[in-house]
Write a protein that binds this ligand. Structure first.
Ligand SMILES: NC(=O)c1ccc[n+]([C@@H]2O[C@H](COP(=O)([O-])OP(=O)(O)OC[C@H]3O[C@@H](n4cnc5c(N)ncnc54)[C@H](OP(=O)(O)O)[C@@H]3O)[C@@H](O)[C@H]2O)c1
Length: 252
């Protein structure tokens, strides 16, 4: 282990969905820890991440990708690998759609599953295979409290996040012995665009806050630190874990 067990100096990381929210915080944290970072998302790279990378002397690449499109996932993974080895993959991007279960549109169900689950699995395969050949790698998926609970009016999201937690354990079982750890973080309720419907509803906002022992909604930076740890040498013997980052919600 290096002198600093939390350093990611010399690593190259891929982070999906770093234009805002949790992925943005994760990409910033990995840059600050010493990694070069490639971001995959539909919109361009966040300007402040570009500036941060320049300040730190790190490389920030952007590969425009709609993760709902299987062909774009394959193409971006190839483009990333053409640029060199990847030691860290953070499958963060996710999407949400709210509707009562009995009228939930089937095409929306497919879209949520494509982004939140299928793309995660394909990127783990496509970028994980070279990690396995190299005998080293770190994969972090982003699960949710709805990996444990069912939620209300979010059947596709809950199904996708339950599956992400199980996929994480399944991959860990096959890959941990070959040098690649696979873990998940399960963020609690965070103040991000994904939750704009909950944030805009004063009753739901208050009800959620009242159940969080930490006494506040989470922030993207809360998740960034946990992901950095799981990607670091310090976490070499941590694998197959779904780590809640929820201010104590699940323990309540
Ligand atoms: N916020 C929470 O409370 C919370 C709680 C538990 C888990 N999570 C999970 O944490 C992750 C990030 O959530 P967040 O709150 O940061 O969400 P967010 O603020 O809505 O950001 C979502 C990110 O995913 C990207 N994305 C969405 N759909 C995409 C697509 N089809 N193709 C490519 N990129 C796509 C977006 O980039 P573009 O729009 O530029 O494509 C954006 O960067 C998700 O997996 C979410 O399920 C969030």
């Amino acid at each position: 282990m290096s002198a600093d067990p939390f350093s990611l100096a010399g690593r190259r990381a891929v982070v999906t969905g770093a234009s805002r929210g949790i992925g943005h915080a994760v990409a910033g944290e990995l840059l600050r820890a010493g990694a070069d970072v490639a971001v995959l998302q539909r919109s361009g790279p966040a300007e402040d991440l570009v500036a941060l990378a320049a300040d730190l002397g790190r490389r920030l690449e952007h590969h425009r990708t709609d993760l709902a499109d299987a062909a774009e996932v394959e193409a971006s993974a190839s483009a990333v690998l053409a640029g060199g080895a990847v030691e860290i993959l953070v499958n963060n991007a996710g999407t949400q759609y709210r509707a009562p279960a009995e009228t939930f549109p089937a095409d929306r169900f497919d879209e949520v599953l494509a982004v939140n689950l299928r793309a995660v699995f394909r990127l783990c395969q496509l970028l994980g295979a070279p990690m396995l050949r190299a005998g080293a790698g770190r994969i972090v998926t982003v699960a949710s409290l709805l990996s444990f609970q069912g939620g209300v009016m979010v059947p596709a999201y809950a199904a996708s996040k339950g599956a992400v937690a199980q996929l994480t354990k399944a991959l860990s079982n096959e890959w941990a012995g070959r040098g690649v750890t696979v873990n998940a973080v399960a963020p609690g309720y965070l103040d991000t665009e994904l939750n704009e419907a909950l944030l805009a509803d004063p009753t739901r906002h208050r009800q959620i806050l009242e159940r969080i022992p930490a006494g506040r909604w989470g922030r993207p930076a809360d998740v960034g630190g946990a992901v950095r740890f799981l990607c670091s040498p310090a976490a070499a013997y941590v694998t197959g874990v779904v780590l809640p980052v929820d201010g104590g919600w699940l323990a309540r």
